[in-house]
Design a protein around this ligand. Structure first.
Ligand SMILES: [Zn+2]
Length: 343
């Protein structure tokens, strides 16, 4: 079926059989879908009217204009912002789904999104993933809207299309990572490593991995202080000698978050410096398990796991291993010092 006729077909289906997806079934499919973790949360918020749209801000006592930042004519509601606005309609039409909006206004936007995703998921069996295109358009509308609200300026249609393409490639990288790259320690063990179930191989090539990186987060809830003290630290070694290290205080609400942020910063820095064959060590078994279970990682760190995988896929060798506390003691020391000195 051509994508242009999807919507007509969808409308027909709905008239016959009004939304056969119960809420619980829909959310189950949403959480297990290949959409980026941040999109899942965003779609959930959109459907549950939990996005901070302007009329909602006004009801909370924040004085803002209640008009749509794209057209500046109608009130900013979900229905208008994500579907009915004349400018947004052009984005939907220009997307590869070629969705023509006219005729949809009798369905609430949240149901419209649910119906569309549920319909597109049925087509995922043959590897199409039109759900990614659909969610990327929604996300790009939201990002562009936020840029207009917080930074001002005019709507730039090429900018919107660029966000859609960029976000789609991130989602595809995550899917490719799941299919090809990410294998657990059991697979690694067959290739001569002594580890069995304590690591995750995200990217692999024939290059040797002589660069090791230890990462650690330091996190402590301090009495009488509202914000916990937190910091991240990482140390990069080549053949046993330290070649780079860094630590910095951060704001975060849990030890696990500090741990994932330490890994994320470390891998980004290593990639920037051209060390693309990297063996990373963390003492957090939960973090390694979270990366192995991506995209079903714990919600709290799902977005960071996606970023780590995306960065890894642009490198040559990335293996992340659970190690003893002793093996990350230098990163732990740096993070602890940064935590104490930082706030
Ligand atoms: Zn508008």
């Amino acid at each position: 079926m051509s994508s242009k006729s999807i919507y007509a077909c969808l409308l027909r289906e709905n008239n016959e059989d009004h939304c056969d997806y119960s809420s619980s079934k829909f959310y189950k499919l949403l959480w297990h879908s290949c959409l980026l973790p941040k999109w899942k949360i965003f779609v959930w918020k959109l459907i549950n009217k939990a996005l901070p749209l302007r009329p909602r801000m006004i009801r909370r006592g924040i004085m803002v204009d209640d008009k749509c930042p794209f057209c500046c004519k109608d009130v900013e509601t979900e229905d208008h912002l994500f579907r009915d606005c004349e400018i947004v309609q052009r984005v939907w039409c220009a997307s590869s789904l070629g969705i023509k909006i006219n005729g949809a206004a009798h369905i609430r936007c949240g149901d419209w999104v649910k119906n569309f995703l549920a319909y597109l998921w049925k087509g995922n069996k043959d590897g199409r993933h039109d759900d990614i295109e659909f969610a990327a358009v929604l996300w790009a509308i939201w990002v562009t809207r936020n840029n207009l609200v917080f930074r001002g300026g005019e709507v730039d249609p090429t900018g919107v299309m660029w966000i859609i393409e960029n976000q789609k490639s991130m989602a595809w990288a995550a899917i490719d990572g799941i299919k090809k790259g990410i294998r657990n320690g059991g697979d690694v063990a067959q290739e001569g490593s002594s580890s069995k179930t304590d690591g995750v191989l995200i990217k692999e090539s024939i290059n040797d991995c002589n660069i090791h990186m230890q990462v650690d987060g330091a996190w402590k809830k301090v009495r009488r202080k509202f914000d916990p003290e937190a910091a991240i630290g990482w140390v990069i070694e080549r053949n046993g000698s330290v070649i780079a290290e860094d630590a910095s205080p951060i704001r975060c609400n849990s030890a696990l978050k500090a741990e994932v942020l330490a890994l994320l910063d470390g891998i980004q820095q290593a990639k920037n410096r051209g060390w693309w064959d990297l063996h990373i060590m963390t003492d957090s078994a939960i973090l390694v398990a979270a990366l192995r279970s991506f995209p079903n990682s714990p919600f709290e760190i799902a977005a960071e796991c996606a970023d780590i995988i995306r960065i890894s896929l642009g490198m040559r060798n990335v293996y992340i291993k659970k190690c003893s506390r002793n093996r990350v003691r230098r990163a732990h020391y740096l993070a602890t010092m940064a935590r104490k000195n930082g706030s």
